[in-house]
Design a protein around this ligand. Structure first.
Ligand SMILES: [Zn+2]
Ligand SMILES: [Zn+2]
Length: 143
């Protein structure tokens, strides 16, 4: 359940970032916030359209683009042709499971240096992603 208080908080965050907090935007934000699993735009559409059946895919795409422009979320490209969205703005590394495809946040912050330049290259985007078999899949496999 998303309480009124949480709703109000979301409204504040959006306003702070210069985004008009419409009900659609609040729901999309909430979806990213609560699930924390780096959904794709398609995933978000699937979830939010259950609550707002009139919602169009275009609205989702426009909203995630707006959120990204305002620094509310970060698009992450782990695989070719797949963009996922991350609401956690601080630098963190990811782990992608080769079996179930889930993307996990890793709390190993030291992996990403706060440098803006390395070996003379200007850093514009930082992403560190490990891949392998996630803990859930390992359990299933009897490890
Ligand atoms: Zn897995
Ligand atoms: Zn993340």
């Amino acid at each position: 359940m998303y309480s009124n208080k949480a709703m109000e908080k979301t409204r504040e965050i959006l306003k702070e970032k210069g985004v008009k907090p419409s009900i659609q935007r609040i729901k999309i934000f909430k979806c990213l916030m609560c699930d924390g699993d780096h959904p794709t735009a398609k995933d978000i559409y699937g979830r939010v359209s259950k609550e707002i059946p009139t919602l169009s895919k275009t609205t989702i795409y426009n909203t995630v683009k707006l959120f990204a422009d305002k620094g509310i979320l970060k698009p992450i490209r782990i695989r070719e042709g797949e963009v996922r969205y991350d609401i956690k703005a601080d630098l963190h590394a990811h782990f992608r499971c080769n079996k179930c495809g889930n993307l996990f946040d890793l709390n190993e912050k030291f992996l990403i240096k706060e440098k803006e330049e390395i070996d003379g290259h200007l850093i514009e985007e930082k992403c560190v992603c490990y891949s392998g078999i996630c803990k859930d899949c390992r359990k299933e496999d009897g490890f």
